[in-house]
Structures are given as structure tokens and as C-alpha cells.
Design a protein around this ligand. Sequence first.
Ligand SMILES: Cc1cc2nc3c(=O)[nH]c(=O)nc-3n(C[C@H](O)[C@H](O)[C@H](O)COP(=O)(O)OP(=O)(O)OC[C@H]3O[C@@H](n4cnc5c(N)ncnc54)[C@H](O)[C@@H]3O)c2cc1C
Length: 326
Amino acid sequence: MTGILIVAEVDAGELRPDFRELMTVARAMSATVPGGIAIALVGAKLEAATRQAARIGADSLHVIDDHRLADPWPEAHAAALIQLCGELSPKMVIAPRTILGAEMAARLAVHCRWQLVQDVTQIEATPDGGLKCLRPVSGGAVAATVRAGAGPWVVVPRPRAFTPDETDTGSVVVAPVRHAFEPPVLATVCEAPKRIAVEGIGIDRAQTVIAGGGGLGGPGPFGLLREIADLLGGAVGASRVAVDSGWVQASLQVGLTGKTIAPDLYIAVGISGAIQHLIGCSSAQVIVAINSDASAPIFGIANYGVVGDWNEVMPAFRDALAGHAS
Ligand SMILES: Cc1cc2nc3c(=O)[nH]c(=O)nc-3n(C[C@H](O)[C@H](O)[C@H](O)COP(=O)(O)OP(=O)(O)OC[C@H]3O[C@@H](n4cnc5c(N)ncnc54)[C@H](O)[C@@H]3O)c2cc1C
């Protein structure tokens, strides 16, 4: 039996960097969950990621590398993970809180009837053999304690809640165990997937995110936000209003139905601060809000705020940054 199985997501052929946060959780829990730490790699063309994962210091590495898993289709990837779990019987599965990872986790938990804890910021074993976890609710205003009984558990840590584990063994290389993919009949298939090019760095990776909302009034001002993001080496994000209005692509949306991010710096421009938006950004280290309405809820969570019209504030900010950069 395997102790802890980490689901390592692969992006553009490489392990996603947030994999190291999952490793931190695994190493912390390995004292109370015996059986070692295993890594699961599921996808297609995984040669480079397999070489990377083999040096990370896990006890075993399990790979399902199959062309039918080339697209990030959750049902197919979950089927592969369910198959692996059937073979390995892990006590705990740790998956990333990405669109694919969170859905694989949910499908695995439902299929196996295992206990699922999502969006975990703290985790510890309890004397009765269960788990005690913290997870933020109400946009991060409240930390809820979630107790899970005896495992198996499926744990999805909140991005950036755990310090990345950088202690690769390097010299110790684990030989990958390759598993053939035996897909069940899937209820849904992915046909003709379209990759949407993201300009610059993605919001879930950026240390700085500057996001625009309904207050920008149209797509044009996002060009100014892009200029500022480039000067800061960051990414552009958006509220749902901006996405639903067709001003920017959906991959930029922050919030309940968008992405949950935790950058070092989050700058919200013309964003009211609705709870569904705050859920996605409240873990940022520093939040700066620019809003013409002093009573906008975003100021309730912001570390720094400017009550003012973005038309005046943001060009001046851009010019100051550009002057600093030149
Ligand atoms: C189930 C559900 C899921 C949702 N998921 C999400 C989600 O994932 N992400 C999300 O963002 N929302 C989500 N929403 C929508 C959310 O409730 C809000 O409607 C949305 O966040 C509002 O976006 P906004 O603040 O950009 O726009 P608005 O509500 O239009 O607010 C615009 C803000 O800009 C300010 N402003 C106006 N002009 C200026 C100016 N010239 N200079 C400076 N400030 C100005 C205004 O004072 C105001 O505060 C969801 C809603 C539901 C019901």
C-alpha cells in the first residue's frame, strides 16, 4: 500500500512549479501517514516531466503516458488517476488546485467514496486517526476548521498556502513505474480542443497581478493595465464583469468562477470587491485598490487604497514606473 500519492500536473511538458507546495504537504504528513510518498504523472509526452519528477526525492514514481491524455480533459485524466489509485491504494492523495487537478480530485473522491478536503491552508493528523484542516471561506474572512475521519483522503491545498519544498535529492533517481492506460467508456469526450494563447505570464503564476473590472468601462483600458503589468513583470487579471462583457478572455477571471490566485501584489482597478471576486484574490500578500467609490467593499480587504478615478491614477502610475525603469 502507498502512503501518500501526489498528483503532479504537467504544463508545456514540465512539472508545474506548484508541485513543490504539494511536496511540502506530503513531507509534513508522511510522519503520520506511513507507506512513503509516491508521485503520479498522468498525461501525454511526459518524458521531460518524468525525468524531473524522478529526482524530486519521492519514494516512487508512477506514470501513465498515453496519447489519449494529451488534452487536459478532466474525465479522462480522472479515469487514469482512479485506475492508478486502484493499483496503489494510497491513504492520501494530494492534488493541485488547478482547474484540472481540482476536478480530478473531486471525481476521484466521489468514485472511491473517499473524503475530500478542498482549498486547505493548514493540515494536521488528529489522535483519532483523522485529519484536521483549515480552509478559508467567505472570501478569506473566516477560516473554517474541517475535520475528516479515517482516510483515505483526497486533499487539495490552496495555492501559495504552503512554502514550496525545494529539497530535491538530485543525486537519487527513482525509476519510473509505467502503467498502461485502460480507459473506461467515458460519458464525455474532448473534441477539437482549442488552445487559447495567454499573453504574457498566466495570472496563477505571476507574483504581481493587476486586474481590471467594470469600472474600466470597456476593453481599451486593459491596454494600459498590460503596460503596467509589463513594467512590473506581472500579469493582467479581470473581474467577471469584464469577462462577461467580452472585454478580456475568460482565462483572466479572478474569483469564485474564475481562478484563485495568491500573488505577492494584487492591484484591483475599478473592481467593487464583490465576495465572489474576493474569494479569488484574498490570499494575495498585499492588495491595492483603486476605486472612485470610497464605500466600495474592496477597501475592506485592501492594504492600500486610492479613492479616485483610474483615468487619473493609472496613467500617472504607469509614467512613474516607466520613469523608474528607464
Ligand atoms: C455564482 C456567481 C459567481 C461569480 N463569480 C465571480 C468571479 O469569479 N469573479 C468576479 O469578479 N465576479 C464573480 N461574480 C460576479 C460578482 O458578484 C460581481 O458582480 C462582480 O465581481 C463585479 O465586478 P466589478 O466589481 O468589476 O464590476 P462592478 O460591480 O460594475 O463595479 C465596478 C466598480 O468600479 C468602480 N468604478 C467605476 N468607475 C470608476 C473609475 N472611473 N475609477 C475607479 N473606479 C471606478 C465602481 O465604484 C465600482 O466599485 C459572480 C457572481 C455569481 C452570482
